[in-house]
Write a protein that binds this ligand. Sequence first.
Ligand code: KIV
Ligand code: NA
Length: 268
Amino acid sequence: AIRRKTAPDIRARKRGEPIVMLTSYHAHTAALVDRHCDVILVGDSLGNVMHGFETTVPVTLDMMILQGAAVMRGSKQALVVVDMPFGSYEASREQAFNSAVRIMKETQCGAVKLEGGIRMTETIAFLSGRGIPVMGHIGLTPQSINTLGSFRAQGRSETDWGPIEDDAKAVADAGAFSVVVEAVAEPLARKITETIAIPTIGIGASAACDGQVLVLEDMLGLSPRTPKFVRRYGDLGPAIEAAIEGYAADVRSRAFPGPEHVYDMKKG
Ligand code: KIV
Ligand code: NA
């Protein structure tokens, strides 16, 4: 039997072999990601990718649970981490606990992720002390878009470093097993990674981090826009469109279905 990776397994990778993480929201892509990655993130980026929202703010707990359960069914060995969506955890540690329990019971995932540093320390400690492994998320926190005003890289002036470093330390001290560091200037990401005791998983935060994460559709070339920090490992958008064009042409010319796709009558 294949043993699934756990939050402690990932925690133990600090300063070790880099942690490989990708997002997935579906059973079939989860099966592919599962063969090569340590962690599968069911990110609230599904709001953008699956639902066409401009931000992650409209994503609900029910959406996260539906896709989280699908990813668990599709995967065998990776740790599955499900994002807590905007509004499901910020009000109190009890609200966060109740939301996280729903996620863990209904998906059977191994951990949850939530955004925020110092302001989330009590919540992270409350959850991790009660059987819920928490992955932190600092730097650019997309759920705060409406107070931030825009999505832009953090810590590009040294005078801005203090609060981000404090967030990283707070998340680690509160008991998170790892932390996503998003869109943070390289020297700051390196300093945080060297300073804190838990693995940092970077997205737009340089190779200095203990691991990396990308949104699967971004690296596959399936997203309409790809951020600066994404390397495209595929060009699936044009490939899928070419396939669709071929199908449409064959249906219109009656070249599809062919004789091999047709059921004969039974003999006798
Ligand atoms: O929602 C998501 O996909 C994420 C990653 C970008 C880290 O939070
Ligand atoms: Na997210």
